[in-house]
Design a protein around this ligand. Structure first.
Ligand SMILES: C[S@@+](CC[C@H](N)C(=O)[O-])C[C@H]1O[C@@H](n2cnc3c(N)ncnc32)[C@H](O)[C@@H]1O
Length: 385
């Protein structure tokens, strides 16, 4: 049996409910890359973990106690993750089926797009088991096709190459899916993430409760918020820097018969400045930028970026209007993000109330003992004066 011995500090972390053990807390390992190793601390086996010989996260706990995990562990956990999503009865045909650690399947992502699945293997252990996992997914879900979107950069930290390949069945270039009343055409091979920003689905539903008048959807990707809010709005201006994303917004707007959506390929920082210069005003604004702080060192610059876009958006917002503002940087916590937004309101000389504090959708669960799993913050604010 492969084995690993960890420090007292590592043991304390595991006992506090965190599944990751960093290199600095590993004393000795006798295991091959991707093995499941028994984890020993102070002479006792405290559990079992996925081993990686390259990553800073050397061990990812998958079970606790002296007994090794059952042979049926992978299948049982996949089935439990699928059953949980079914119990949510989501009003969508695209959603996350497996969210890594939060489904006790560390570093495995599985997203559903209609009859097709897109998987990501983000550690050596999951990468090695991908053929078995694919077989289990076929047995459990009978999909028409399974694609491996193994191109996230984090795979490089595991010493794994970036590759996108069909694992099973037929995987088309375009898949039609539905989210509430909106129909999207998704490119699972090349789209951002696995094709859509599935984690924002429930925030798009929430934003619809407040949307009205003239809407600005900044950092729109293929029109997620813009298309959801358009039926309740006079006009929608969707802005994204990617020409390809903007083409998709236009195609999706036509597909949904939403002629009030205008899409522009622009840098949001420039566009907000220009809109302010020409005296534009909006009743509803969405800010959903990419993660500005990809690591701790990037936090100060990220905070000034968040402040700038929120300040400019609040100036463009009519009194009584709503701002839906998001941050998907794990390194910027909820309290810090709230501070940034309140600083922006003070500098913009506007009064705002906090209407809702939200996170990623329920198909992307948060583990209370693993702060890294709470990455998406979404605040809904109302401008009072
Ligand atoms: C988190 S995604 C937005 C997801 C989208 N709101 C949705 O609901 O599907 C961030 C988007 O910002 C775009 N982006 C990144 N930097 C940008 C910039 N400076 N100006 C405009 N768009 C930018 C990316 O192309 C990406 O589509």
């Amino acid at each position: 049996m492969p084995t690993a011995t960890i420090t007292r500090k590592g043991e304390d972390r595991v006992r506090a409910g965190h599944p990751w053990i960093y290199r600095s807390d590993v004393i000795e390992v006798n295991a091959e890359p991707g093995d499941i190793a028994s984890v020993t601390a102070r002479g006792r086996t405290i559990g079992y973990a996925l081993f990686s010989d390259r990553s800073e996260i050397v061990l990812r706990m998958i079970s606790h106690g002296e007994d090794p995990p059952a042979d049926s562990m992978w299948r049982d956990r996949l089935a439990a993750a699928i059953a949980y999503r079914e119990s949510l009865a989501l009003d969508a045909t695209a959603y996350r089926l497996v969210h890594g650690e939060a489904d006790r399947l560390p570093s495995l992502i599985v997203d559903r797009y209609g009859d097709h699945l897109v998987v990501q293997a983000l550690s050596q252990a999951v990468d090695r088991r991908l053929p078995e996992i694919t077989k289990m997914l076929v047995e459990l879900l009978r999909p028409a096709g399974i694609l491996a979107r193994n191109d996230p950069r984090v795979r490089l930290l595991e010493g794994l190459e970036q590759r996108v390949e069909s694992l099973y069945g037929d995987m088309p270039e375009a898949i039609d899916v539905r989210e509430g009343a909106v129909r999207y055409r998704v490119d699972p091979w090349r789209g951002q993430k696995t094709g859509l920003f599935l984690d924002q689905r429930e925030n798009r539903e929430a934003a619809l409760r407040y949307a009205r008048g003239r809407v600005l959807d900044a950092f729109s990707y293929n029109g997620g918020f813009a298309l959801a809010l358009a039926p309740k709005s006079e006009t929608v201006l969707a802005v994204d820097i990617s020409e390809d994303a903007v083409e998709r917004i236009r195609a999706n707007a036509a597909r949904n018969n939403l002629p009030n959506v205008e899409a522009r390929a622009m840098n949001v920082f420039d566009e907000l400045r220009e809109l302010e210069r020409i005296g534009a005003r909006f009743d509803t604004i969405v800010l959903d930028p990419p993660a500005f702080a990809k690591n701790k060192a990037a936090v100060p610059k990220a905070l000034s970026g968040y402040k700038e876009i929120n300040l400019r958006a609040l100036k463009l917002l009519q009194r009584g209007g709503f701002l839906v503002t998001c941050s998907c940087s794990y390194n910027v916590g909820e309290a810090t993000f709230l501070d940034v937004v309140s600083d922006a309101a003070a500098d913009a000389h506007v009064e705002v109330s906090l209407v809702e504090k939200r996170a990623q959708g329920r198909d992307h669960p948060i583990l209370v003992n693993v702060p890294e799993t709470y990455y998406l913050k979404c605040l809904i604010l109302r401008r009072l004066a």
